[in-house]
Each structure stands twice: as structure tokens, then as C-alpha cells.
Design a protein around this ligand. Structure first.
Ligand SMILES: [Zn+2]
Length: 107
């Protein structure tokens, strides 16, 4: 994810507002080494019927099966998994650190 991309910032904001927690599906190992983790994230518009698979690799690459992501557009599903992997959301509630107000400087 390119944190300079404004579309990612929008996706992250939507993910944080969603109240959704990604569900871990499975992990991908190669020669015993963790390569990627696959999550499922429900669609915002139709959570009962539609969910997407988000894969985050150990080097931080994100991919999602939703229509936007397949066209190269940053989506909130991937953003949600990114937040989750970084411990920024927990149990459906967003960790709000009062001392640092949303300065998403990245890494
Ligand atoms: Zn997506």
C-alpha cells in the first residue's frame, strides 16, 4: 500500500468507521515459513451475501478479490486487514490513542 495515495487514506477512514473485524481464514506457508495470511471481509453493501478475500503477504503486499481492487483501486477491505495486522483495531472497536490523534505517518 502506498500511504501517499489519497485513495488509501479514504479507504483507511472507511475501514475504521466500518466497525468490521476481518476474519482470518488460513495462512499460507512455504517450506514452513509463513508467507501470507488470508482474511475474509464482508461487503459493506451486502454483508449477508457477499464477502471478499484479502491476502496480506509477509512483505506487506495486499490483495483483495473485490471489483475495485481487481481494477487496482485501493479498497477498504484491504485497508481493514492492514489496520488489523498493525493492531490498530481490536474486537470491532478501534483503538483510540488519545495522545496521538490520527497522525497516519506510516512506516
Ligand atoms: Zn476489496
Amino acid at each position: 500500500m502506498d500511504l501517499q495515495d489519497k485513495r488509501w487514506a479514504t479507504a483507511i477512514q472507511k475501514a475504521m468507521r466500518s466497525g468490521v473485524v476481518p476474519r482470518e481464514m488460513y495462512r499460507v506457508y512455504r517450506h514452513g515459513i509463513l508467507k501470507a495470511t488470508v482474511y475474509t471481509v464482508p461487503s459493506a453493501t451486502n454483508p449477508e451475501l457477499t464477502s471478499y478475500e484479502v491476502t496480506i503477504s509477509q512483505n506487506g503486499n495486499l490483495s483483495c478479490t473485490c471489483p475495485a481492487a481487481t481494477h487496482g483501486v485501493p479498497c477498504w477491505h484491504a485497508a481493514l486487514v492492514w489496520l488489523w495486522e498493525h493492531g490498530l483495531i481490536e474486537g470491532g472497536a478501534i483503538w483510540r490513542n488519545s495522545s496521538s490523534h490520527n497522525s497516519s505517518s506510516g512506516q
